[in-house]
Design a protein around this ligand. Sequence first.
Ligand code: SF4
Ligand code: FE
Length: 491
Amino acid sequence: MMTPEEYRESLKRMNFKAYALGEPVEEPTEHPLIIPSQNAVAATFEIGQTEDSCSALGSCASHISGQSISRFTHTHRNTQDLINKVKMQRELGQRTGTCFQRCVGMDALNALSSTTYELEAEMGGESNQRFMAFLEHVQQNDLVSDGAMTDPKGDRSKRPHQQPDPDVYLHVTEKRSDGIIVNGAKLHQTGALNSHEIIVMPTMSMKPEDEAFAVSFAIPADTKGITYILGRQASDTRKMEPGTMDRGNVIYGGQECLVVFQDVFVPWERVFMCGETRFAGILVERFAGYHRQSYGGCKVGVGDVLIGAVAALMDYHGLSKVSHLKDKLVEMIHLNETLYACGIACSAEGYETPSGTYEISQLLANVCKLNVTRFPYEIARLAQDIVGGLMVTMPSEFDLNHPEVGPMMQKYLACSSGINTVCRLRMMRLVENITIGAGAVGYLTESMHGAGPPQAMRIMIGRQADVEYKKSLAKRLAGIGSVVEETCACS
Ligand code: SF4
Ligand code: FE
């Protein structure tokens, strides 16, 4: 397993073609907008190390080699693995207060391990053999993979093959004896520029006419023809300013990119799906299910940070004994722990697939994520209620350090006696970061749309809930079918 430093060094050896704020990025590892997100991924390399208090969560035994590997490169062998995954994610959310980006790759590996197994069993070919060779490579080298699913989609009323510009869905443009050529793009790619490999998957279920779009493969993230355009985040340029206070989170941040594929060559040994449309929907559903489980860990960890920040500010403000504020804090905790309960529950109810990889309970993972589309917003609302408006109206760190106006800020923004005003202001900036600044990308909007928007969860919940069975329960107790014969047409 790599150390955080070895991880950073490994990224320096990559040769990305990247842009940020309209400029080419020569060296992503030295770019101030990117460094905080790299710090967050580097934290995933700390948690697996033996000296770390949570090493048992971050590392496990490979079922291929038997060696100790990062859990981020593991395919779950039992329900305890699924539970440990969520616990690890909560721990990392607590440590970083942001999205640490590496779960998309872990979730893609797990979804592909079972899907390629079933694909190869049904249709022949080498899908699973190729995937297993790739998995071994990832485990042996402790690589970060970016799981790339979301296509731009163009005209939403049209299927992929009907689009005037077919590139709005990533697709195969040529099949050669040695591999395939692909064109298209993937949106919202979490941690793409911090990854060694990029794992492409279809964005949705595909019909036979969409054969060219049912494609899945993995290639080194700096493969020729791939361009990364860094996403903007609210208040992101604060990361480029001197000083740290106004960043809120002084060490860590998230990252999303628009990733464009222009005539990218993929050798056959890295192609896991190419035209097997029936399996596109299965792969999408499994990847989304794992990532909906993931949010029951990572968002909870960030919620812990936010609750801690609010509680600290209540202390600083001399309000820690005010009953209605204490009650709101309890409400935040209740909502946060409910998310965690869902993440653990969908893991505990997991089951083995024919490949040996464990799946989560799809029903409970979708309930988990549907709650995630709501509860962080309510937790953030309560945080802003308790903390007050100063977090968005207070002057900058530049003013705080100014010889004339700095003392004015110190005097008029002071709080309880004995509390350093700067501590109060820094804590406010952290709340601002998570609820409205750069951190809100991961904590709020990603909670809404990451791993699919709320309607996607509703569809899955409706499909998984077995309402017919529930009807039969009710009919038995009402005596329908026993005391009275059921004759209605709706039966
Ligand atoms: Fe991991 Fe959460 Fe970021 Fe997804 S949003 S990559 S689950 S930290
Ligand atoms: Fe995500």
